[in-house]
Design a protein around this ligand. Sequence first.
Ligand code: EPZ
Length: 425
Amino acid sequence: MENKDFFLIKKCDGLRGEVSISGCKNAALPIMAATLLSGGKTTLKNVPMLSDIRNMSEILTCFGASITQKNKNELIIDTENILHTIAPYDLTCKLRGSFLVMGPMLARMKKVRLSLPGGCPIGSRPVDLHLKGFAALGATITKGAGFVEVKAEELIGTKIYLDFPSVGATENILMAATLAKGKTTIENAAAEPEIADLANFLNKMGARITGAGTDTITVNGVDKLKGIKYSIMPDRIEAGTFMIASAMTNGDVLIKDIIPEHIKPLTAKLLEMGADLEITNDTIRVRADKICTAKDVKTLPFPGFPTDMQAQMTALLSLSKGTGIVTETIFENRFMHVAELCRMGAQIKVEGHCAVVEGKRSLSGTKVSASDLRAGAALVLAGLAAKGQTQVFNIHHIDRGYENLDIKLKNLGAQIERIERTPLQ
Ligand code: EPZ
């Protein structure tokens, strides 16, 4: 069903107040997949209620898991009876993260068949590094028309070098290795905080993992993992999105229930740009009573500047003093927000992997469309700062990764309404 809902946003003269950040989507998705390894009951707290989470729940259920939602942000996932090993296309095509069930299902059920995850606007999203890791552990890979099947009677620990520190490949291989025979070493591994959260979760289940959060992770395989209780870490990208929202609207916002260490690359950049930040062990207060000064930004694997904050930073640079050059090194096509920002009066020129952003004194509201999750967030931020009113369409992209974004912004003084236009089914 084509989603016609949109956000109607009016200029905001400074967001003010406090916002509590939800659980991290990109930690919750691999952790939900990892529950397949236990064959028991797991309680997950601080789970953000997002469409991606609901879709992942449907995939686990179609394998045979039973999932109940206890409170608003609590899931109980029982994976005792996993009977099926094929996930249908109509489920896996909805979210890239669905591919994260491959490692746990291979380790638990010795085989799994998934449709290849669709590309998405930001890039082709290959899975070659995931499959290279499974093959190294002893799996047989069969590729068919739009699907891939992996099988292994037994997984044997080994040394795996990732050509690129892929977050998903690191997570998938890590999960498969927990039940492999012997020792696995993943070199040039991704070091994002979500990897450390997944490793913490797996170790609590009984796995033996060291080095998560560095570029070399070691796993000593065990025979069995058990269901546990666990709370998902806060979402560093949601936190960063609100930090930029405050800076863009010359606001004063206290961002709560976060781990400031996880968003340090953005904190450092905002300080360079002249924002005023107060940091405690679980909050960051962002004030910007003057226009920020433009700086260059280059996205890199953690601990570099996160690609998931690139679109939001490009929006901030559109309203900063001077010219900033944004270099996107992670994905091949992550500048879809640029055309929409230019329709709002931004002065941005894309040259290959770089966007040259010439700061303007103001943007003008108009109709714009979200092309993906973070581009959508960037357009909402631009709408808060733009003169007049802005309508952001395709907000289903935003609902994939932000829990109640409009409500949280409204509580900070924003004039934002969700206009429901999708005919009731
Ligand atoms: C995760 O995607 C996140 N998604 C992305 O967040 C995030 O942008 C990305 O990591 C980078 O931080 C989830 O965690 C669900 P990658 P993932 O594998 O795992 C290439 C958001 O907005 N690559 O690190 O797919 C790939 O093409 C989303 O929340 C291969 O070449 O990212 C890309 O250029 C967007 N072969 C680069 O690596 C592979 O086998 C980074 O991809 C895998 C990846």
